[in-house]
Write a protein that binds this ligand. Structure first.
Ligand code: TXA
Ligand code: MG
Length: 348
């Protein structure tokens, strides 16, 4: 299949201006799958009501079928068509953060969506993205759009159309390219089926942001303990990993450099993932910078691109600086730990 590549300008998107949006929306209406930008990462969209379209998403990504998809909408009123028994605090969160990087998990209305979207669960994950191309595409499609991140399963999520094409060229009908995404990490997934919100996947909206609107809030205990099965099925899979083994290390650059030197003495080619403040302090085969420690949002934005770029470097092993877990740092460290398969190097 030839994958179409439509370049659009984020600042002036309306479907009148953009026949591309119309073409992409027609493909979605016809049951094909198309990648599109959101404010978090690129998504791979298909009709959420159509089994065959949802099947194409799983096929293109190589995604395990027990991992449910997020349904994307362009109008908050559509939530009530897809879900029922939505608690008041969930509406407060939607009012506060939509459009934006928040996904709510709510009880689903039976018989509305393809069963494959929800992977047999009685809940559905819904979000309204904050990106003009995404909103225009969903509106023009006129259907709820199921969309996981537009990467091959296990790879870092795509923050640029190039990443989408690297993974999925020839496997999908097209990609709408509006340049780099903003947040750089996926949305915060919040379980809204209980008495108070529970964060299942940390993301661009922080726990403190949620608490400020909804009061009492918790985090899925499996994210803290790691033994049990997480409530967001996708959180149990290895993810975001570069090809070379990745380790995380706390401590000053001089201490991390000692480990780098040790590996190099063994003949290994070493990659270092470092914040801009310390990148120049390392001597290694590849030092890749990932935002500024003083601005964790910039680290979030650049993390996946940095992890991907190690695959273009001849490295045998990678060490990443650890980041603080305050604010969006919680999401950064959650993804970095997944990319590393939880491999830490203890400082002596
Ligand atoms: O920012 C995002 O959320 C991006 C963009 C494209 O919108 N999408 C995204 O989708 O990250 P995906 O499929 O890569 O991740 C969806 C996560 C998975 O961990 C999945 O298990 C969880 O949401 N999820 C989906 N439906 C769920 C449900 N009903 N209950 C619990 N977790 C659910
Ligand atoms: Mg994903």
């Amino acid at each position: 299949m030839e994958t179409k590549h439509w370049v659009v300008d984020k600042s002036v998107i309306t479907h009148q201006h953009y026949p591309h949006i119309k073409e992409a929306a027609d493909l979605i209406r016809n049951g094909d799958v198309v990648a599109f930008p959101t404010e978090t990462v690129y998504g791979l969209g298909g009709q959420a009501k159509l089994d065959s379209a949802v099947e194409k998403i799983f096929q293109a990504k190589g995604r395990p079928s027990d991992n449910p998809l997020i349904v994307h909408i362009a109008d908050q009123a559509d939530v009530d068509k897809l879900a029922h028994s939505i608690p008041t605090y969930a509406y407060l969160l939607m009012n506060a953060f939509w459009p934006g990087p928040l996904t709510v998990v709510v009880p689903k209305k039976e018989g509305v969506l393809s069963e494959r979207v929800t992977a047999g669960l009685h809940t559905v994950a819904i979000r309204m993205p904050d990106h003009p191309a995404a909103l225009a595409l969903i509106k023009e499609s006129g259907v709820p759009v199921a969309a996981p991140s537009a990467n091959r399963s296990g790879k870092p999520s795509p923050t640029a159309a190039k990443h989408v094409l690297d993974d999925l060229n020839g496997r999908i009908a097209g990609v709408l390219d509006a340049g780099e995404t903003g947040v750089g990490l996926e949305s915060t997934v919040v379980d809204c089926t209980g008495d108070y919100p529970v964060v299942l996947r940390p993301g661009g909206i922080t726990q403190a942001d949620i608490e400020a609107i909804a009061g009492k809030t918790d985090t899925d205990t499996t994210l803290k303990q790691k033994e049990e099965t997480p409530k967001a099925p996708g959180m149990k899979y290895a993810h975001y990993a570069p090809e070379a083994p990745l380790y995380i290390m706390e401590g000053l650059p001089a201490v991390i450099q000692e480990k780098v030197d040790e590996w190099r003495a063994e003949g290994k080619k070493v990659g270092v993932l470092a914040a801009a403040e310390s990148a120049a302090m390392y001597k290694a085969e590849a030092v890749i910078t990932c935002g500024c420690r003083s601005d964790l949002a910039s680290v979030a934005k650049e993390l996946y691109g940095a992890l991907r770029s190690f695959n273009e470097q001849p490295v045998d092993v990678i060490v990443a600086e650890a980041f603080p877990t305050e604010g969006v740092g919680a999401a950064i460290m959650n993804r970095l730990e997944k990319a590393a398969g939880d491999k830490w190097i203890k400082t002596k």
